[in-house]
Design a protein around this ligand. Structure first.
Ligand SMILES: [Zn+2]
Length: 298
């Protein structure tokens, strides 16, 4: 067994420590605790070198890892910035290297454009401009294939070689969906950040909504993942992202009147001012209005 560098071994202890701290934290909070699971060799899928240069070094497209040797890496883009840590991970039968880097952010030139975003179920989002972003529903589309792959695993004998092969195929199918979703989220967030100076979004309690009836669609849309990406991209670009409490935004009109709608009613018709528009479009405009008023206060 080749010797691992000291700092990388420390990192494993750090992970265990983090796991147990989280576990005791959950115990204290009175939540369902869930004792940490032992990670066997098969489950242990990544390895971190917490300080670049200590047991790892990248020269051109060759990565040196202590105890492993030199490996050729396919850099999908040049490493930008100063490398801080290096992680090697295994996912669906492939190996990846992640470099965390420190680099100077460059704010985009400021613009006056403002937008409100309403989270949808039929559409991914509706903008206050009236545009909609279609929901790609990757996992719904892939569901048939995932089911077949899952069934294949279930039918193989436990511990068998064929089962291992089937598991690999299943993992690949899941990884594909995951990649598609991340790609969509990155691109959508990027477009919004490039186009708008101020972005108001619903501060959704995703957990509350996701556990309900609409769970599948909300999870599928991957809102929390999207919002995280949007938040850091906005911060880097010097844009303003305002989370807004969305309560009432689906039941109010732009004129302030209350217009009750059930979830099935997709059209907004105000008896007071006569406004007639798509429900999500009205909500998006209200969210923008709330966001701007918050911005005025702070
Ligand atoms: Zn009205």
């Amino acid at each position: 067994m080749p010797k691992a560098p000291f700092s990388a071994s420390q990192d494993i202890l750090r992970r265990v420590d983090k796991t147990f701290k989280a576990f005791f934290g959950r115990c204290k909070a009175g939540k369902k605790a869930g004792y940490p699971r032992f990670k066997s060799r098969r489950r242990f899928d990544s390895y971190t070198f917490p300080s670049y240069g200590d047991g790892c070094r990248l020269t051109g497209t060759r990565l040196y890892l202590q105890g492993i040797g030199h490996i050729k890496v396919k850099l999908h883009r040049p490493v930008d910035g100063v490398i801080k840590t290096v992680s090697v991970k295994r996912e669906a039968g492939k190996w990846y290297v992640c470099f965390s880097v420190e680099y100077a952010v460059e704010a985009l030139p400021g613009i006056e454009t403002k937008v409100g975003l309403d989270i949808g179920l039929t559409d991914f989002a509706t903008l206050s401009t009236g545009e909609t972003i279609a929901n790609p529903r990757h996992s719904r589309k892939a569901q048939g294939q995932l089911r077949i792959a899952q069934r294949r695993v279930a039918r193989r004998q436990r511990g068998g070689r064929n089962r291992r092969k089937a598991v690999l195929l299943l993992r690949k199918a899941h990884a594909h969906v995951k990649n598609q979703r991340a790609d969509f989220q990155h691109k959508t967030a990027r477009t919004l950040v490039n186009t708008y100076g101020v972005i108001a979004v619903e501060d959704l309690n995703i957990k509350g909504l996701a556990s309900g009836m609409l769970a599948k669609s909300v999870n599928d849309a991957g809102w929390s993942g999207f919002l995280t990406k949007l938040a850091y991209k906005a911060a880097e670009a010097g844009r303003t992202l305002i989370p807004v409490d969305p309560r009432g935004t689906s039941q109010t009109c732009l004129c302030g009147a209350e217009v009750r709608k059930t979830l099935a009613q997709r059209w907004h018709q105000c008896p007071d001012c006569g406004l007639s528009a798509a429900r999500d479009h009205v909500s998006a405009q209200l969210i923008l209005g709330l966001g701007l008023s918050l911005l005025g206060v702070t």
